[in-house]
Design a protein around this ligand. Sequence first.
Ligand code: PLP
Length: 449
Amino acid sequence: MPTITSTRNRERSNQWYQRAQQSLVEGVNSPSRGAAVYSPGPLVLERGHGSHVWDLDGNEYIDFMMSFGALIQGHAHPKIVEVVTQAIAHGSHFAAATPAESEAADRFRRMVPAAEAVRFANSGSEATMLALRLARAHTGRTKFLKFEGHYHGWYDPYCLNGHSHPADKLGPRENPTRFPDSAGIPSAAFDEVVLAPWNDLETLETILRRCGRELAAIITEPIMANMGCILPQEGYLQKVCDLAHRYGALFVLDEVVTGFRYAPGGCQQYYGLQPDLSTFGKALGAGFPVGAVAGPRAILDRMRWGSDGMVLHYGTFNGHRLTMRVIAANLDLLTANAGAIYKQIYAVGDAAIAGVREIFRRRNIDAIVQGFGPMFQLYFTRRDAIHDYRDYCQYADTAKYSRFIHGLLERGIYMTPSNGLHWIVSTAHTMHDVEALLAAADEVCAGLA
Ligand SMILES: Cc1ncc(COP(=O)(O)O)c(C=O)c1O
């Protein structure tokens, strides 16, 4: 990536970034936060309030990343601050039974249609890991199907075709070339993985005819959120669910990004789906680390100690008391006034989407905006739509997107330059934020070659 010179004062950010690199790999704790995407290095953030963040040099930004989607209530929401302050005064975590965990679970169950029961863990990755173990135990099968370009966390078998690759190297749709996302994973871990392109029922059926009876599960994101924002074709998700069942596999919906965001009951509510298992994280914890697996008793009760074919799930921090208190408060905020806050999120998100589309149209820029309401992504492309991973690899000009975002960063809009992620609207965002975004985007577009 070419080095981009900032006109904002970033002196302290840069100093801290240099210092951090002495003890941390790339100066960060996850590559998507560092020099892999930010040039010449990341902003070093110091505080956040509502929809705004400030870096170490005092520069202010409107935050459209919201901690990769975790901050559905924005930064330092007064209710969350109050709950955490009160709870910590009586201890942080007991790793024992607490009222806090059932208060969180009761609310969760009331909101998520497929949740007869829920099990809390500490991250989305832990949740998807557990879901796969449950699916394997429940079906007595070991293979599972994942879609190209879907990300389900960094557990070994999921780390296949999660990054983009040159379009001419992707192989046939019914037998995609397999790209491990990481070294250090035994190839045997991938022997259990069947890969398929998303949004393509015909190819999925061909693949299932080949190996459907060996599958414990088909796992999918309901809206593809790790190649930007790619929507399912109409009826697609229900058909994938039906196909999974036809072959005796479980339909696992990974709602780590979409859960509590598109509707109180996530995408399963929005699209009217009944997944066998669903996984959550991010927005559930309103900024606190959490993961969750929800489903019917018949599957979740496999975790009962000593049950026949018991599924093991341990964790010192599972059901962390502070997180559970935050979840209860967060879910109360989201369901107050019959979920009226979702209308606000949708109105703000849709206004941002419409405004950016209008700028692209007026300035004659080959670019599109995909998504609706709470989450969206822009692609610099001549195509009308990006339908799947292959379209993303072939048609999305990710270098141009990065230049566009670096221009926005200069103008006080905080967003990751990685095209594979997505813009997030929280309950804290306002129409003023949208106006500021559109003014900045218009300026950047004026200079975009
Ligand atoms: C769809 C999806 N599933 C799972 C995960 C993993 O969640 P976590 O980062 O909390 O481990 C992510 C993270 O971005 C995700 O986008």
